[in-house]
Design a binder for this molecule. Structure first.
Ligand SMILES: NC(=O)c1ccc[n+]([C@@H]2O[C@H](COP(=O)([O-])OP(=O)(O)OC[C@H]3O[C@@H](n4cnc5c(N)ncnc54)[C@H](O)[C@@H]3O)[C@@H](O)[C@H]2O)c1
Length: 317
């Protein structure tokens, strides 16, 4: 699926990885405002290195073009994407929207304050996005927390809301439901694939996201939903969530192990959020990917988890 002309909804889009997703979606094939340059995604083979976009610079092998306004009549596919940021943090959401408006046309983004654990707020936000932009093509269930003390809310945010966001995405995008098809990307973690001694509930929610997404992807294939569903599992990424490791209010009974987690970070490395956004764009653009679990690590970059044969993989098609 081309990102151009599409409408995306990103939960937890105000900061961190979600913010990088929004930036990447807006920057993909976008015209930028005069004197402003999109924050580029690393081109192939440049992972982890900064690629400066300056006048005359090339982005992803193509020259960066500056234009004041889009041409009056643009075909659907040549229009850049529009993105809704959902987040419970209104201050960060508004700040992000203001910063994005400096780079991209303001009407291309919409910030909606929304607590993903509030059913009515989440439903209302999906409705508002489709009414505002006229369609919905990409849903990224990204909002997440690391809180072992208030572990019930961790389950609500990291798993229950991802499930609800997926079902809402299907409701709007599923072909049998009048939708045009689309892509849903649910954000898990490497902790979804291995034990995490000092974050057992976080680990359980991220395992849950993978199991749910792989299962619903099978159903989507068998029932011809026209919607692809995939998971991204990043290693450590440099975002504000890492600060939660230093807080007793987040770590609870595991607080005394904070240095062990920091040692792990040092050992495995901490990535820039733009690398995770590169993975997101890969999943959106590659129509062959469904039910896949993308791993992104500092040592191996973007790669896929290999599973054995899954039952019921053949579709009715
Ligand atoms: N940073 C990492 O090392 C890392 C590694 C693997 C996976 N992840 C996952 O990536 C996702 C994004 O994390 P991040 O690192 O950007 O964290 P972050 O804390 O920087 O950003 C998370 C965003 O989600 C929002 N959010 C939290 N609870 C919410 C709720 N109930 N309703 C609406 N918004 C809510 C926050 O306000 C924030 O803007 C999470 O699912 C996280 O588990 C992060």
């Amino acid at each position: 699926m081309h990102v151009n002309g599409k409408v995306a909804l990103v939960t937890g889009g105000a900061q961190g990885i979600g913010r990088a997703f929004v930036q990447a979606l807006l920057g993909k094939g976008a015209k930028v405002r005069p004197g402003k340059f999109p924050s580029p995604l690393p081109a192939a083979g440049t992972r982890g290195r900064r690629v400066a976009a300056a006048p005359g610079a090339r982005l992803g092998g193509r020259p960066v073009r500056l234009s004041v306004r889009p041409p009056a009549s643009r075909s659907f596919s040549s229009r850049p994407a529009q993105v809704a940021l959902l987040d419970r943090n209104s201050e960060a959401g508004r700040d992000s929207k203001a910063a994005l408006d400096e780079q991209f046309e303001a009407q291309r983004t919409l910030f909606i304050q929304c607590d993903v654990t509030d059913q009515e707020q989440l439903k209302g936000a999906f409705k508002k996005v489709t009414e505002h932009f006229g369609r919905l093509d990409i849903v990224v269930n990204n909002a997440g927390v690391n809180n072992e003390k208030d572990w019930e809310s961790t389950i609500q945010i990291n798993l229950t809301s991802v499930i609800r966001g997926t079902y809402l995405g299907l409701e709007y995008m599923k072909k049998g439901n009048g939708g045009d098809g689309g892509v849903i990307i649910n954000i898990s973690s490497l902790a979804g694939l291995m034990p995490a001694a000092f974050q057992p509930v976080y680990c359980a929610t991220k395992h849950g996201v993978i199991g749910f997404t792989r299962s619903i992807a099978l159903a989507a294939n068998m029932e011809n939903y026209g919607v692809r569903l995939n998971t991204i599992c990043p290693g450590f990424v440099n975002t504000p969530i890492l600060q939660s490791i230093d807080k007793e209010e987040n770590m609870g009974q595991y607080y005394s192990y904070k240095d062990e987690i920091k040692n792990m970070m040092q050992f495995y490395g901490v990535m820039d959020p733009s690398i995770i956004a590169e993975g997101l764009i890969t999943i959106i653009e590659d129509d062959t990917l469904n039910g896949e679990v993308m791993k992104i690590t500092a040592s191996q970059g973007i790669h896929f988890h290999q599973y054995g044969q899954t039952p019921f993989t053949s579709s009715k098609r």
